[in-house]
Design a protein around this ligand. Structure first.
Ligand SMILES: Cc1cc2nc3c(=O)[nH]c(=O)nc-3n(C[C@H](O)[C@H](O)[C@H](O)COP(=O)(O)O)c2cc1C
Length: 359
């Protein structure tokens, strides 16, 4: 048959189907490790658990994979482009100076990937100039690392779609705009009263996102780019949100930022912030700022925005007690009430519970 497209055109069309990136590894009879970068990986069946990938028949490693009877699908993480390039090159030495784990049957398993699946080859089906290998999954492991993505001939990163509604069941968009309008006014008043810079943030698809800011009246003025996405675990804003959003919303961000050994300490920090109604960072990692943050919660008790006093550590030394902390706390409380929150009355700043636990 004559086709009305050439290889280039076909590749371009296929490239619009975006995939993850894997390195498929195996071991030969002599104990040597083999591997190649593969994006033709796909799931086939859950019961029994089957997956497939296809390999060019002209690949030098094709005979090894046809014979070895077992392979591991290593799903690369977003920072493993170098590893993908290393295994996309032909020739020996792909494993040189690379530390790998060795699994069952001596199979090499790459480190720090997003996930891996160890498989037994159950069928090798001819598919044009490729062979489709179907494997039964025998062992799996998943980490919290975000996967690397490939599409249109380029490496990409996976991020949630901005247009998808936030997983927090919060008030309508109109409600959010209303909250931001009110918050913006309060922030400007506080900036003038305390000669301090303030930022207003919402929880967007990528985590805490600066939507507005009010500079201090005199220098040094802080400039906070609108749209700036802040880390969750190392900013007062991130802590304030985590203390007043459902765990299911914040947990993926926290896990992506923190080693599991730090989670207990982090939970204690969040509990303290929830109890105080204020969150503080003395030396914020995203630029070395000091910050004090208050959540504004909607009728459901979820943080709809945060207002954060922010400044260079040598100019701004926040505390939980003092006029600024009290004014910020009171502003958060009064805004929350205006947005319909009718939680229990709180006592003095520093001791009270602002909202109920939302874990
Ligand atoms: C993102 C990406 C995806 C790839 N996917 C496949 C694939 O699914 N099947 C394949 O045979 N080659 C694929 N390749 C090409 C192989 O990785 C490459 O030809 C490699 O050199 C083969 O290893 P070998 O020469 O040791 O056999 C891909 C390359 C890249 C960069």
């Amino acid at each position: 048959m004559t086709y009305q497209f050439d290889h280039r055109e076909l590749r371009d069309v296929l490239g619009s189907f975006v995939t993850g990136v894997t390195v498929v590894t195996t071991v030969d009879g002599a104990g040597c490790h083999h591997g190649l970068t593969v994006n033709s990986f796909s799931s086939v069946s859950l019961d029994p658990p089957l997956v497939l990938w296809s390999q060019s028949n002209s690949s030098p490693s094709h005979p090894v994979f046809s014979k070895s009877g077992r392979f591991v699908i290593n799903i690369l993480a977003e920072d493993q482009v170098d590893l993908s390039n290393r295994f996309a090159r032909s020739g020996p030495g792909k494993f040189a100076n690379l530390v790998v784990d060795v699994g069952a049957y001596g199979l090499p398993i790459l480190k720090d990937t997003s996930a891996w699946l160890a498989c037994k080859l159950v069928s090798a089906i001819p598919g044009g100039d490729h062979t489709i290998f179907i494997g039964e999954v025998e062992q799996i492991q998943k980490a919290t690392r975000k996967p690397l993505v490939f599409g249109g001939g380029k490496y990409l990163v996976a991020d949630p779609h901005d247009m998808v509604p936030s997983p927090v069941e919060k008030s309508s968009n109109e409600g959010s705009f209303h909250a931001m309008r009110l918050g913006g006014r309060v922030m400007a008043r506080l900036a003038a009263e305390f000669d301090q810079s303030f930022a207003l943030a919402v929880w967007g698809s990528h985590g805490p996102t600066v939507m507005n800011w009010a500079p201090s009246l005199t220098s040094p003025r802080k400039t906070l780019p609108v749209g700036l996405v802040l880390p969750v675990t190392s900013t007062a804003t991130g802590i304030a949100f985590t203390a007043h959003l459902p765990n299911s919303v914040t947990e993926p961000f926290v896990k992506a930022e923190l080693a599991s050994s730090s989670i207990e300490y982090w939970n204690a920090e969040v509990r303290a912030a929830r109890a105080r109604g204020l969150a503080m960072k003395l030396d914020n990692l995203s630029g070395g700022d000091s910050a004090l943050s208050v959540p504004v919660v909607d009728a459901s008790g979820h943080a709809i925005l945060t207002i954060t006093a922010v400044g260079d550590p040598d100019q701004f030394v926040p505390s939980f007690d003092g006029p600024l902390a009290r004014a910020l706390y009171a502003a958060g409380k009064s805004l929350s009430r205006r947005l319909g929150y009718v939680g229990e009355e709180q006592g003095a700043c520093g001791t009270a519970e602002v909202v109920k636990s939302v874990d």
